[in-house]
Design a protein around this ligand. Sequence first.
Ligand SMILES: *Cc1c(COP(=O)(O)O)cnc(C)c1O
Length: 372
Amino acid sequence: MPRKNIYVTQPSLPPLEEFVPYLEQIWSNKILTNNGPFHQQLEAALCEYLGVEYLSLFTNGTIALVTALQALRVTGEVITTPYSFVATAHSLLWNDLKPVFVDIDPASCNLDPAKIEAAITPETSAILPVHCYGNPCAVEQIEKIASTYGLKVIYDAAHAFGVRYKGNSLLTYGDLSVLSFHATKVFNTFEGGAIVSPDAATKQRIDYLKNFGFADEVTVTAPGINGKMSEVNAAFGLVQLKYVSNALVLRRAIEGRYRNALRDVTGIKCIPPQPDTEGNSSYFPIFVTSDFPLSRDALYQWLKDHGYFGRRYFFPLISNMPMYQGMVSARSDNLPVSNMMADQVLCLPIYPDLEHGIVDEICKLIREVSHG
Ligand SMILES: *Cc1c(COP(=O)(O)O)cnc(C)c1O
């Protein structure tokens, strides 16, 4: 039995002393927000670290998603995945857009590119895919469909901080990519987020939109929102960024340990490592299939009884939530793979400071109730 409960994630915090000089600077210059010096430094530092050209910080990932849809003037219907955190689809409802759910590919848990075209109608103006668990979407195929039908592509990249695909940042695909820096994510600013843009003009429009639409002191260009990140959050991000490379190394080691220990457990499936990808090990989902003696919920409970708290990400599916379930595309016969994955998934604890002994203990408990 562990001495304390172990949760699916635990936020990383850098040494407190390193944060103090930043706070002292804020106290002396009295710049608390509105594109202050730490905000500007963090935008530059993230562009450098992530390998992107233009990035706008936000107060959180959800407001960033809502703003990204406005920045591209998306209208009508948007094709998206039901297998995500609820903020993905909610960002559409906040813009009066209609989500059209398309099923996922079990090999990545991302939108199945072969099923996208059938969901396109004259009302479709965009695709909002999610790089689920940091696994790259079928970016080339999605790009091809989008250019054939003249659709915008906004990636919900909340899980994809630092992921590289074919040697480049995954965030350079699509018209825009949206990041979350929430406490539970690989890189956090307590609360925070960002939009990655392809050019200066798009970044400028986004920067106006996140500041009520102000272009200058007297010019308001659009009904923008308040999506600004404060100086305290930006300063914290600058401190965090020094530790994120090491955090990724530690995460990958934990992922490797789980994969190895669970490799031959009958009825437990893992998502295979993705081709051409340097991942971020942001999550470690397992899928409890009918070949396993226990149901997913029974295994979840068994681990919980021993103090190990997994999370059923993503369950319930967005398409089965009350505000979506009446839509035609939300019907479970349209989304068989998503429904199956949601019923089988259990994300195991993974975070940089997780001791390897605990990973071993969790795997031992799973093996104990397996057929061997
Ligand atoms: C965390 C998350 C969001 C929302 O980000 P916040 O910063 O919490 O608002 C959106 N989409 C996905 C897939 C997420 O995991």
